[in-house]
Ligand binder design. Structure first.
Ligand code: C5P
Length: 217
């Protein structure tokens, strides 16, 4: 039998897009490839998969239900609404969620003026989706990701504790964004162990079998 048969998984992927005005915004270089590969691997392993995705250039993986959003707040709301109606066995937060949104986004396109006045952007902090889910009563098994540029071993273990998740996956360096391969380190209650450098597709399959081993049967 498939290792995730009968399991329900909720996954976030991609960047978020935080508007400045109707035609401009702030985003990041996440391609969504890692999250989409994990969603596809989970479907192949027999799970029912819901993918909450920021704007990416890829089609929804075959068999996966995709909910497309733009902002971090919309991603948060879509995740919470899903968890109200659907029991999920695991939540995997792969998205590169913007930490801040523009608090004074304009309803109309910002215009240059002859005086050369500059727009004054103000920021507000976005909700931490992973931490919110991990803090729920009856939380699904939560998996977080960390993209650090240095001291991954220290930061990865610390982030696992701070987010209060049983499994945290570290990407080595910032080399991952947009790339087809990656190198992952898993942090759990026993410590850490590295998966070999491989394609995101291969790593997704490895991660799904690691997850399946950790879920109650
Ligand atoms: O704190 P940091 O952004 O480094 O944590 C990364 C992890 O937290 C990833 O799993 C990411 O998807 C998740 N996250 C989130 N909501 C945020 C920020 C990060 O779910 N607002």
């Amino acid at each position: 039998p498939k290792v995730l048969a009968g399991k329900h998984l909720l996954i976030t992927a991609g960047p978020t897009f935080e508007p400045i005005d109707p035609v401009r915004g702030i985003t990041n270089l996440s391609s969504g490839k890692m999250g989409y590969a994990i969603a596809e691997a989970a479907y192949r392993a027999g799970a029912q998969v819901t993918l909450v995705s920021g704007p990416v250039a890829m089609p929804a993986p075959y068999g996966v239900q995709r909910i497309s959003i733009q902002t971090a707040q919309q991603m948060h709301d879509a995740v919470m609404a899903n968890l109200l109606t659907q029991r999920q066995d695991a939540f995997i937060a792969v998205a590169a969620v913007a930490d801040w949104r523009v608090a004074n986004a304009s309803d109309q396109k910002l215009k240059k003026n002859s005086a050369g006045d500059l727009p004054q952007l103000e920021f507000a902090q976005n909700p931490d989706i992973l931490a919110s889910v991990a803090a729920m009563d009856d939380a699904p098994y939560c998996v977080g990701f960390a993209a650090e540029s240095e001291q991954l071993l220290e930061y990865g273990a610390a982030k696992r504790l701070k987010k209060n998740v049983p499994l945290l996956v570290g990407n080595i360096g910032h080399q991952t964004f947009g790339k087809d391969d990656n190198e992952l380190i898993l942090f759990d209650e026993h410590g850490h162990h590295a998966l070999p450098r491989a394609s995101k597709t291969a790593l997704a399959a490895m991660l799904i079998s690691e997850l399946a081993n950790r879920l109650p049967h």
